[in-house]
Design a protein around this ligand. Structure first.
Ligand code: CA
Length: 228
């Protein structure tokens, strides 16, 4: 059964999420503190998606997200944001989260986001070992790894999916909407800004000079283009 970790200190919200996860066919692993969440992830390496509350008694969800990402680039991470401030969303994405859900949320919305992340994690498992090579970059489709000039670059699932889309469409201008629907799914109703935040993060990882990007170039008023 597919495992999902829910880190939330408010028991009522956690139980609500657990019930809905079970109803959607997931096994729920519960944690009430950041420390407990990291321990359970250690004990359950097959957890595919983690849902992280931000306000916690011992730490905050961003720190937990950073700790997970230090060892694990594959896990899907959804932040539960209580506030609607843009900062929370951006901070979450910059620390390596894949998505966020704002409280109060509907169970259908949350499980749709989890389903989408799980699809992305498992989506390429049937593909044979395959390399995408462009310029200094070599992407291994089977292992979800990227090398630049022989050096491994660590990517989150979302960053990987975006870069794969670019490398499969070299020289083609992709709109933010194209990227959003290809990477997050057509049913995703989030903001286009999430694309820009991820592009900014990708540029930091792959460009020689982020002020003058040459691999992911901006197509003004439209979107982005892969120019390696
Ligand atoms: Ca909380």
């Amino acid at each position: 059964m597919k495992k999902v970790l829910i880190l939330e200190d408010e028991v009522n919200i956690r139980s609500f999420v657990v019930i809905n996860l079970k109803r959607a066919g997931y096994e729920a692993i519960e944690a009430g503190t950041g420390e407990e969440a990291l321990r359970k992830i250690n004990e359950n390496p097959d957890i595919g998606v983690a849902i992280l509350d931000i306000m916690l008694p011992d730490t905050d969800g961003f720190e937990v997200c950073r700790s997970i990402r230090a060892n694990n680039k594959q896990m899907g991470i959804i932040m539960l944001t209580a506030r609607t401030q843009e900062m929370d969303k951006v901070t979450g994405l910059m620390t390596g989260a894949d998505d966020y859900v704002t409280k109060p949320f509907s169970p259908a919305e949350l499980t749709a986001r989890i389903d989408a992340l799980y699809r992305r994690i498992g989506g390429d498992s049937m593909a044979a070992s395959e390399l995408l090579t462009q310029g200094p970059f070599v992407m291994n489709i089977r292992n979800h790894t990227l090398e630049k000039s022989g050096n491994r670059i660590r990517l989150t699932q979302v960053e990987y999916s975006i870069l794969k889309l670019f490398m499969q469409n070299p020289g083609r201008a992709l709109s933010r909407e194209d990227i959003l629907s290809a990477v997050w799914g057509r049913e995703y109703e989030g903001e286009l800004k999430i694309v820009d935040v991820n592009i900014r993060r990708l540029r930091i990882k792959i460009e020689d000079d982020t002020a003058n990007p040459i691999y992911i170039t901006t197509v003004w008023g439209f979107g982005y283009k892969w120019g390696a």
